[in-house]
Design a protein around this ligand. Structure first.
Ligand code: FES
Ligand SMILES: [Fe+2]
Length: 430
């Protein structure tokens, strides 16, 4: 029987970290129920009583806006006999949560508001002053640029410390709006992947796979682009979203990844998302007006494809997409796929983010479907007795460390996975 000490080596990991139920249980308690977990965006709960239910580890939570405008994150559990207080994913609960079982009611901050039929509780230790009578709250709640996080651990790094340099994800998304803000589009795609959550996280910065995995879609899209050009038409931008996946191996190898402490990382930009059509020109002019030319160009020129916040979040800031993992079992992971509107921009600019949402990130996508199939097959392979180790040898020994940043000049280096497992080992105490 292996213990955690034997699972992680600098250039390979043991397959059980993807398959073992006891390790998964330890991850839920030791990682997901301790770190800062993304709950939602402030614009999801604009009015008092607005709520959105969210899973943190195995804990059912409610993000809710109070009468005092504060956003709180409460356990979705009635203190009486445990019934979940919100049965819907989101909505407005009015001025109180009311339990559907025996009608105990709670203020929006979770404090007990009323227990019907008071007669019967006299002389018991259940009084309104007893905290056991009120809904329990997440230990800590904080937000960054409108993105709300909660941690179930009373101590630990602050949200900004946890995010570290990876908080550029939210700066980059918001800075692309002339008013510096985004608002959520309040529907998300939900996908269950039949594989471990780590496959998603590794794949996000894996520049070794797209030219293979996404070849059929990428090549088809680039053929259509070519045909349109030959016919004298400018191909719509959304073909470009797909055709870049078929870039050559050498092009992918030139896309740099930057790896940070705690497993976070950035895949630098490679799509060249700056066309020169009238809509873009108007948008750029509004950015220049809002920030001045130099600052606006700094914001628009950032080289980011997406930012990974380990162990569960991928933020594609230039296209306002956010994917959040909610692990369910060693071989089952829910991903929520959200997108946002830049405030103060035209519908034409918003549509670009909507195209990407549907074409690349939706359950109907031709891109993510290929990834999902690979991860399910990887799960089956690692559950087999065909080998014990998973290889992350590519460019091992060639990483450059500068302060808190680890990078490789080879975009296809497996430094990404090595960095993630360094963080995993620290969380798991190995
Ligand atoms: S379980 Fe909620 S009021 Fe009884
Ligand atoms: Fe992929």
């Amino acid at each position: 029987m292996l213990n955690n000490q034997n699972l992680i080596e600098p250039d390979r990991v043991h397959r059980s970290v993807y398959t073992d139920q006891a390790i998964f249980d330890q991850e839920v308690e030791g990682i997901f129920e301790k770190v800062w977990v993304y709950c939602g965006h402030e614009s999801q709960v604009k009015n008092s009583g607005d709520f959105h239910c969210v899973q943190i580890g195995r804990q059912p939570m409610i993000m809710v806006r109070g009468h005092d405008r504060t956003i709180r994150v409460l356990y979705n559990r009635c203190p009486h006999r445990g019934v979940q207080l919100c049965g819907s994913q989101s909505g407005n609960t009015g001025s109180a949560f009311v339990c559907s079982y025996h009608a105990w009611s709670f203020h929006l901050d979770g404090h007990i508001r009323g227990i019907p039929l008071q007669k019967g509780y006299e002389g018991t230790r259940l009084t309104a002053a007893n905290p056991d009578c009120s809904m329990k709250a997440a230990a800590r709640v904080a937000s960054y640029r409108g993105f709300v996080f909660a941690s179930l651990a009373p101590s630990g790094p602050s949200l900004e410390e946890f995010l570290g340099t990876a908080r550029i994800a939210f700066d980059d998304m918001c800075d692309r709006s002339p008013v510096g803000e985004v608002e959520i589009v309040p529907v998300c795609h939900r996908v269950i992947q039949h594989s471990n959550w780590k496959f998603f996280m590794e794949n996000q910065l894996d520049a070794l796979h797209p030219s293979v995995t996404h070849q059929s879609t990428g090549v088809s899209a680039s053929r259509i682009e070519q045909a349109l050009r030959e016919a004298g038409t400018t191909p719509p931008l959304y073909y470009h979203y797909l055709s870049t996946f078929a870039s050559s191996f050498d092009q992918w190898d030139s896309v740099q990844t930057i790896n940070f402490p705690r497993g976070h990382g950035i895949l630098k930009g490679y799509m060249g998302l700056r066309p020169n059509d009238p809509d873009t020109q108007d948008y750029v002019a509004s950015m220049h007006e809002a920030y001045g030319k130099e600052k606006a160009e700094e914001f628009l020129g950032r080289s980011i494809h997406h930012v990974l916040i380990y162990p569960y979040l991928s933020v594609q800031s230039p296209l306002q997409q956010l994917r959040c993992l909610r692990p369910i079992a060693p071989d089952k992971t829910l991903s929520e796929i959200w997108h946002f509107r830049l405030k103060g921009v035209s519908p034409a600019i918003y549509r670009r983010s909507l195209w990407y949402f549907n074409l690349v990130n939706s359950p109907a996508t031709m891109i993510n479907a290929d990834d999902l199939e690979n991860w399910a097959k990887a799960q089956w392979g690692l559950e087999s007795k065909g080998g014990d180790w998973v290889s992350f040898h590519r460019n091992h020994g060639g990483d450059t460390v500068e302060g808190e940043v680890t990078y490789s000049n080879n975009g296809t280096s497996e430094v990404v996975m090595r960095n993630q497992f360094k963080a995993w080992a620290a969380y798991m105490g190995t």
